[in-house]
Design a protein around this ligand. Structure first.
Ligand code: EMZ
Length: 426
């Protein structure tokens, strides 16, 4: 470089301001090139922003709406604290264990999510069999039919926006199976967008939450008048400690069912598609070895960690990672960080489709592990199988990342939008 400048100056091509401008431009070019090299990533990659803090001190700090959160970052601490419901409780003020906190936009306690053992287990026992229905062959057949139709409709379109035109309808239609309600209800849910409590730009939105509450109220009235074989009717006829569930309790379960598996499933579906776009060999592998799809789903959940973290409220003065935590403050169990912990996962930043040992916490851990996990796993398994059968390649045209701002950390969780073209296999 110096030699070039020397020759240009020597031969009279560069002088005065000319020279300075030249150096500035060259400097910018070199700087941008270094940045690009450093940050050149595949679009489907989700970097791990927690690595340094996890290694250095094991926790991070987040000031969420003046109710700070100490984020636990290590796999071991996350699992240990998830298990210790006495010190780290879920049954606090409704909305407070969610990060960002939802205390300002909701009153209803989500059940069993915001209840601690032993009551938690009693509630959970009422609904657990219902949430295991996705294991039934007839449920899987219906889900396969839904996903096949959706995939057939997108093949060879010039451009399709995956978040809103594929993942959201897929999630909403699949939810009609989980609730056992008419397929047409999905259209209403699709109109709510990707999150029931947040509007575009991620802001918590009380008006939006009211749309969901009113909808659930109407559905409960309908089921009271006209009981059927849907989830509302099942809950209304269920008993807790010898008494029928109250309307508030039924509502609490329904709100959780609508809110909990929405943006998370949408992110998992969208991230899977962006991964397959950049790894066509994975689609080929699923065609050749469909038996690895179950493992691949677990690995996707580990790597994508669709839910970054979940909070707990501390019931007594305690300590995590040699750091004092006061009673009535908040901690969070950072699933996304735990899932990249090198003390547990070899090459944690790589997707290993048939990873053998995979104790990920992408669906949470211990008592509160995800109630919707059976349904979510089936969605992803059937999606991967269907894509492998029908899609030859996927081309990403354009995308906008979805970044979570967590004070000292910025985490990419997926996409706000991603336009792709699905080319059919044949
Ligand atoms: C809550 C949460 C449950 C919360 C397992 O996660 O999901 C979030 O998306 C909702 O906003 O209210 O349901």
């Amino acid at each position: 470089m110096n030699r070039i400048v020397y020759l240009l100056v020597k031969n009279g091509y560069l002088s005065g301001t000319n020279y300075l401008q030249f150096c500035e431009t060259i400097g910018e070019i070199l700087f941008t090139r270094t940045l690009n090299q450093k940050y050149h990533m595949k679009k489907s990659e989700l970097p791990d922003p927690f690595e340094k803090a996890r290694l250095d001190k094991g926790y991070g700090n987040l000031n969420d709406q003046n109710d700070p959160v100490t984020m636990l970052l290590r796999h071991k601490d996350v699992r240990k604290s998830a298990h210790n419901y006495k010190t780290f409780q879920s049954g606090a003020q409704p909305g407070r264990i969610v990060v960002p906190s939802e205390v300002n936009i909701r009153d209803a306690r989500q059940i069993p999510f915001e209840v601690d053992p032993p009551l938690h287990g009693e509630y959970r026992a009422i609904i657990e069999p219902w949430f295991k229905r996705p294991l039934l062959p007839e449920y899987q057949e219906k889900l396969t039919a839904q996903i096949s139709t959706l995939v057939d409709g997108i093949l060879n379109k010039d451009s399709l926006e995956v978040v809103n035109e594929f993942a959201l309808p897929l999630q909403s239609r699949a939810l009609t199976l989980l609730l056992n309600t008419p397929f047409s209800e999905a259209e209403t849910w699709i109109s709510w967008g990707t999150h029931v409590f947040r509007s575009e730009g991620e802001a918590l939105d009380g008006d939006k939450a009211n749309i969901l509450y009113n909808y659930i109220d109407e559905q409960i009235d309908r089921a009271l008048k006209n009981p059927g074989d849907d989830m509302y009717s099942l809950l209304l006829s269920s008993e807790f400690q010898g008494k029928k569930l109250t309307r508030e309790e039924v509502k609490g379960v329904m709100v959780l069912t609508f809110a909990g598996g929405r943006d998370t499933v949408i992110n998992a579906v969208t991230n899977s598609i962006s991964y397959l776009a950049e790894h066509p060999e994975a689609l080929e592998r699923f065609r050749q070895e469909p038996e690895i799809i179950g493992k691949a789903v677990e690995e996707f959940i580990r790597y994508f960690s669709p839910l970054t973290q979940m909070g707990r409220v501390v019931t007594e003065d305690t300590e995590v990672c040699e750091h004092a935590i006061k009673a009535d403050s908040r901690i969070s169990l950072c699933w996304a960080s735990a899932n990249r912990d090198t003390t547990v996962f070899e090459n944690p930043n790589e997707i290993v489709l048939d990873r053998k040992i995979n104790p990920h916490v992408g669906f949470g851990f211990s008592h509160h592990n995800c109630l919707g996990a059976t349904h979510a796993r089936q969605i992803l398994k059937i999606l991967l199988k269907t894509l492998a059968e029908k899609v030859g390649s996927i081309e990403i045209k354009d995308c906008k990342e979805n970044i979570e701002h967590l004070d000292e950390f910025e985490r990419k969780v997926g996409f706000n939008s991603i336009h792709v073209k699905f080319k059919s296999l044949t």
